[in-house]
Structures are given as structure tokens and as C-alpha cells.
Design a protein around this ligand. Structure first.
Ligand SMILES: C[S@@+](CC[C@H](N)C(=O)[O-])C[C@H]1O[C@@H](n2cnc3c(N)ncnc32)[C@H](O)[C@@H]1O
Length: 213
């Protein structure tokens, strides 16, 4: 089986040059996340890519750990953090399932990541374990189920040729239900358009609510 990190290594230089596809939506997602961050918080971003979001949030928290399994994506992030003199972001090379879940974080971010994870429900279990009670989990993810039919047909072919990553398929409702089923309370759910990525901010309650049947 091919190593999926290689795909991201290969496209890292192009990815680092590209601005977000929809600048206004990206700015809104940053602002909605930032409104919940606290200066003494420690933030974990998984699948940080070239570090754009980690660096953007860094001035608003104490520390950021930005994790990705592609060394080349991380190298761009490290370079940019050094160029912008951002000193509170640590870039670490690791896959999602290698991250130590015994250490909880104030905020856990998975942006443009869940659709890339074959066991995306398992990724949500990890998100739950990694978020401290009272902390937030933030996800923005493409939902294959709401993509246009041509895209849904072409993407698996491109993945087979190594020209696109393999994608998991779920709908925005399935995703929201799976996040809530872990125990998170969804505070924000926003999709700029019906085919766009769904953005969710969810809080891990300080106490788990036991619902009577
Ligand atoms: C679409 S990019 C998103 C990057 C960044 N979060 C953003 O929004 O621009 C997906 C990133 O997730 C990383 N990634 C994919 N699967 C991963 C996994 N299982 N563990 C860690 N990183 C992963 C890839 O290397 C890539 O950098």
C-alpha cells in the first residue's frame, strides 16, 4: 500500500503558494474559532498542512502544537513561522493515530482533514479523547455525499491514479450526528453553500450528560 503522506509531500510546494479557495469563508471560520480562544489556552491542530491556520491563531493562545504526517508540508509551516517570528508554534511530524490521547488540549482543530481519514468516526473518538472537558473541537471538512455527481465520479479515479487523496464519504448531517454522539455539544454549524465544506465548532461539556431513556 502506498504511503498517503507522500501525496502531500509531493504537492506541498504548490499548496504553500495557494491562498484559501474562498478567502471570505476562511476569514469567517478563523473569526468564529478565535472568538472562543483564551490567551492561556493550548491548541492542537491535526493535519496542519503548511501551518496557515496554526500561525493565524498563535497570537491568541499560549501555545500551538501543529501536527501533520507530511514532513514537507511541515517544512513550509516551520519556514513561515520563522519568517513571521512566530515563536509559540511547534510543528511535529505524526499521524493522527500516533498522537498521545492521554494529554488533553483546550482546543483541537481538524481542518480539511476528516474526509481524508478512512476511519473518520475513529478520528472523532480521538478528537473527544484529546479535548479537555470545557474545551472545543473545530472541524471543517468536505462532504463527499454533497459534492456534485461529476466530482463524486472523478475523485475516486484520480485517487486510484495517485492524483488525489482517497476520500471518505459522509453527509453534513451524518457528520454532525457522529460528533454529537461522542458527547460534544455543537455550538456552530455553517456551510457557505450546499456543496461547500461544513464547518463545526463543538464543545466538550464539563460534565457528561447522562440521558435517561
Ligand atoms: C487538505 S490538507 C489541509 C491542511 C490544513 N489543515 C488546511 O486547512 O490548509 C490535509 C492535511 O492533512 C494531512 N493529513 C492527512 N491525513 C493525515 C493523518 N492521518 N495524520 C496526520 N496528518 C494527515 C496531510 O498531510 C495534509 O497536510
Amino acid at each position: 500500500m502506498t504511503n498517503p503522506a507522500r501525496f502531500w509531500d509531493r504537492i506541498s510546494a504548490r499548496y504553500a503558494r495557494q491562498p484559501p479557495a474562498d478567502e471570505a469563508s476562511y476569514a469567517r471560520k478563523l473569526a468564529q474559532t478565535r472568538a472562543r480562544l483564551q490567551p492561556d489556552w493550548e491548541l492542537l491542530e491535526i493535519g496542519c498542512g503548511t501551518g496557515t491556520t496554526a500561525i493565524a491563531h498563535a497570537p491568541h493562545v499560549k501555545r500551538v502544537r501543529a501536527v501533520d504526517f507530511s514532513e514537507k508540508m511541515l517544512a513550509h509551516g516551520r519556514e513561515r513561522a520563522a519568517r513571521e517570528a512566530v515563536e509559540n508554534v511547534v510543528f511535529d511530524c505524526a499521524a493522527l493515530d500516533e498522537i498521545d490521547t492521554s494529554r488533553p488540549w483546550d482546543a483541537v482543530l481538524m481542518l480539511s482533514l476528516l474526509h481524508l481519514i478512512p476511519d473518520w468516526r475513529g478520528a472523532l473518538d480521538r478528537a473527544w479523547a484529546l479535548t479537555r472537558p470545557g474545551g472545543i473541537f473545530v472541524s471543517s471538512t468536505a462532504c463527499m455525499a454533497t459534492m456534485s455527481l461529476p466530482l463524486r465520479m472523478v475523485l475516486p479515479l484520480l485517487a486510484r491514479l495517485g492524483l488525489a487523496p482517497r476520500l471518505s464519504s459522509f453527509s453534513p448531517d451524518e457528520l454532525a450526528a457522529a460528533i454529537a454522539a461522542r458527547g460534544f455539544e455543537i455550538e456552530e454549524r455553517w456551510q457557505p453553500g450546499p456543496r461547500d465544506a461544513v464547518f463545526i465548532i463543538a464543545r466538550r461539556p464539563t460534565e457528561r450528560v447522562v440521558r435517561e431513556s
